[in-house]
Ligand binder design. Structure first.
Ligand code: GSH
Length: 221
């Protein structure tokens, strides 16, 4: 019997998107927690993803890394309308590329410095750098907000991967100090996404960390 594909995840930004999308699609994959940089599993993880990052989808012994490639595959496996073909598919790709670079990248400096970095360092970032990041985030948020005005979802009349990907940061916007409340159509759209159980609570019932006293699940090395 062919083993079920494994989706390795941690609770950080990108794997959160992959797990939420997989659960929303009810994808036939096993969700396996991973700490790809933990010394106990780092070497076993390297053949799975030489970048030692998650998410990774392993299917028939083949690894697919990058959240967006995994989302494309999950959509093919379940409901291709989440990443459709043709012009709508190109639009999904437009939002994926755009949001990664022009929205999530600058916004993630706030996620990192307000929520992640304080757990291991008290070295504050250069204020001029953070100002530049905020300026870029606001530019992106204004574009997204204007586009969403008069639209329910980003592409067509139903949610697609474009919505999941463009919303990567928004579940953390308030604790990260991102000024989401200034963008009413983003607030409305983010609320629609938060009404989806898989997006609101993607890790429900899943272990937070792998058992590092045991070999990495699914690893051959
Ligand atoms: N470009 C990759 C980035 C993957 C990435 O940076 N993953 C981070 C989490 S956001 C990671 O694996 N960090 C180590 C960990 O979470 O244990 C993607 O979109 O999937």
């Amino acid at each position: 019997m062919t083993p079920r594909p494994i989706l390795y995840f941690s609770r950080n930004l990108n794997p959160r998107v992959a797990v939420a999308f997989a659960r929303h699609l009810n994808a036939p994959v096993d969700l396996v927690p991973a700490s790809p940089r933990h010394p106990a599993h780092e070497e076993a993880f390297r053949p799975i993803n030489p970048n030692r990052l998650v998410p990774v989808l392993v299917e028939n012994g083949k690894s697919l890394w990058e959240t967006d490639a995994i989302a494309m595959r999950l959509s093919q496996m379940t409901d291709p309308e989440f990443w459709p073909a043709g012009q709508a598919g190109a639009e999904v790709q437009m939002w994926v590329s755009w949001s990664n670079l022009h929205l999530t990248r600058p916004g993630s400096s706030f996620y990192f410095h307000r929520l992640v970095r304080p757990q291991f360092s008290d070295e504050e970032p250069d204020p001029a750098f953070m100002e530049g990041e905020m300026r870029q985030f606001r530019e992106g948020a204004a574009v997204l907000n204007d586009y969403l005005s008069g639209r329910t979802w980003l592409v067509g009349a139903r949610p697609t991967y474009a919505d999941f990907r463009a919303a990567t940061l928004f579940p953390f916007a308030i604790p990260a100090g991102l000024p989401i409340a200034e963008y009413p159509d983003i607030v409305r759209w983010h609320g629609q996404l938060m009404a989806l159980p898989a997006w609101r609570d993607p890790f429900a019932g899943l272990a937070e960390h792998p058992d590092q006293t045991k070999p990495l699940e699914g690893a051959t090395a």
